[in-house]
Ligand binder design. Structure first.
Ligand SMILES: [Ca+2]
Ligand SMILES: [Ca+2]
Ligand SMILES: [Ca+2]
Length: 448
């Protein structure tokens, strides 16, 4: 997803806005609303016609934003549905519900868009989305709902709001005014793992207590390559510390080294897996040789020979590979117990730079997010069956063998986080990391 940056604001805000917050405009969108059920404010149906207008000068991918409708459920159980949309249709929309504590709202329904919804052109307005919320035959009061209005033709309406995808309920504002007067209950995390990689070096006992740097030979990747402990280091970026993984080659297998950092503990199964990671397209040193097909990764997996195998991968190939030519490609892949791969999901564009990866692994499957946007959803066939390791790797699929100049590629990791049996969105993960840092917690492990 490309965020629509406001360059003038970016310079002014970059010193004060946490990375997790949207730097896009809070008035990028105007919502237009009409009440399709205005005649029934006390029945068991809410039916809203919702349109989004793009106020900016650039097209905005709808998959990068969500719409929230705020209401009180009056003790009933709401069920949201997209009843009608003609651009393209309801299959491009999914709906979720969430709880809040605010004036006029104890619930919201979130409209999400997938890639089929496309982009909304500068100045354009979507066709009306017919949002239905039913209450199982229980009559509820709509007039106490924050987003309620009784107009029967479309009019600008600030009480239905637009936010960055993945944002906290009232966060990441892109249009409208969310309700106030209460706080959003954060999901309560019973057990968590966090490492800010604040170490002096990989020799620190605190590091080696949690992580193993691989030195044994073998797959994946180029046969004959070594896995070098020297390819993992701790570096500074301002006052922040990062873990750096490198992979080097001179075009020959004997001159090739990989790197891997894997958690000592195999205890991560269902929950939120997250990391802030800097993928790099350019080498740390030497030439960028497109014949070098290499992988920058974050993933979770069981021992390879387990009968209850599972693996969930973020695999970024800056120089392409695996049939992608030289095109920078991110693969999001899960493997089941028979090592069968999930349907191919690839993102054919550069991921150079910082990204926040959030994976939800649950009994119903694995959902992959990058920077708050859901980008892959693999079914229960691929859910973990047993506890897994956390893992970072850099390795070559194949080499540019005609170039003998030594070169080194790299990725850097700011932090890694896991919440057991709890599913935090990207903003909630970022808020959790911020609060751990504010409490001067460089690492934490309460996962049993
Ligand atoms: Ca109604
Ligand atoms: Ca109500
Ligand atoms: Ca860090």
């Amino acid at each position: 997803m490309k965020t629509i940056w406001k360059q003038s604001l970016l310079a002014a805000m970059s010193l004060v806005v946490p990375l997790s917050e949207s730097l896009a405009g809070t008035a990028d969108f105007t919502v237009q609303y009409q009440n399709y059920n205005a005649a029934g404010p006390n029945d068991d149906i809410i039916e809203a016609g919702i349109q989004l207008r793009n106020n900016t000068g650039a097209a905005i991918p709808l998959s990068g934003v969500v719409v929230r409708y705020w209401f009180t459920k009056n003790g009933a159980t709401p069920t949201p549905a997209c009843w009608w949309w003609n651009a393209p249709d309801c299959s491009a929309i999914s709906l979720t519900s969430g709880s809040v504590s605010a004036t006029g709202a104890d619930q919201y329904v979130e409209i999400r868009f997938n890639g089929a919804a496309g982009s909304l052109a500068a100045g354009a307005t979507t066709a009306p989305i017919d949002l239905g919320i039913t209450f199982g035959g229980v009559a509820v009061n709509e007039t106490d709902d924050y987003s309620y209005g009784n107009q029967t033709t479309a009019a600008n309406w600030s009480r239905i709001t637009v936010h960055d995808a993945g944002s906290a309920p009232t966060g990441g504002l892109r249009g409208g005014t969310p309700p106030t007067g209460g706080t959003t209950p954060p999901p309560s995390v019973s057990a968590e793992f966090f490492d800010d990689f604040t170490y002096n070096s990989t020799a620190d006992a605190a590091f080696t207590n949690l992580w193993t740097v691989r030195t044994y030979a073998g797959g994946p990747g180029v046969g004959g390559a070594t896995w070098s402990a020297g390819n993992v280091s701790m570096v500074s970026e301002g006052s922040n510390r990062l873990m750096r993984l490198q992979a080097s080659t001179n075009g020959s297998a004997a001159g090739t080294s990989h790197s891997e950092v894997i958690s000592r503990a195999q205890k991560f199964k269902f929950g939120t897996y997250a990391t802030r990671i800097k993928f790099r397209d350019a080498p740390l040193s030497g030439p960028r040789v497109y014949g070098d097909k290499y992988v920058e990764t974050f993933f979770a997996l069981t021992p390879y020979n387990s009968a209850s195998y599972s693996e969930q991968d973020y695999e970024y190939l800056p120089n392409g590979g695996w049939g992608q030519g030289n095109t920078s490609t991110m693969f999001l892949t899960s493997f089941d117990k028979n090592k069968a791969a999930s349907p191919e999901r690839k993102l054919s564009y550069s991921h150079d730079g910082w990204h926040t990866l959030v994976l939800h692994a649950s009994p119903s499957g694995n959902i992959y997010h990058i920077d708050g946007v859901e980008l892959a959803n693999h079914t229960s066939q691929f859910a973990p069956l047993i506890n897994q390791f956390l893992d970072f790797q850099m390795w070559f699929i194949e080499l540019g063998t005609t170039n003998g100049t030594p070169r080194t590629y790299f990725e850097e990791v700011d932090w890694v986080y896991f919440a057991k049996d709890t599913y935090l969105n990207t903003n909630a993960v970022n808020a959790t990391v911020t609060s751990l840092r504010n409490a001067s917690v460089p690492r934490k492990d309460t996962v049993p």
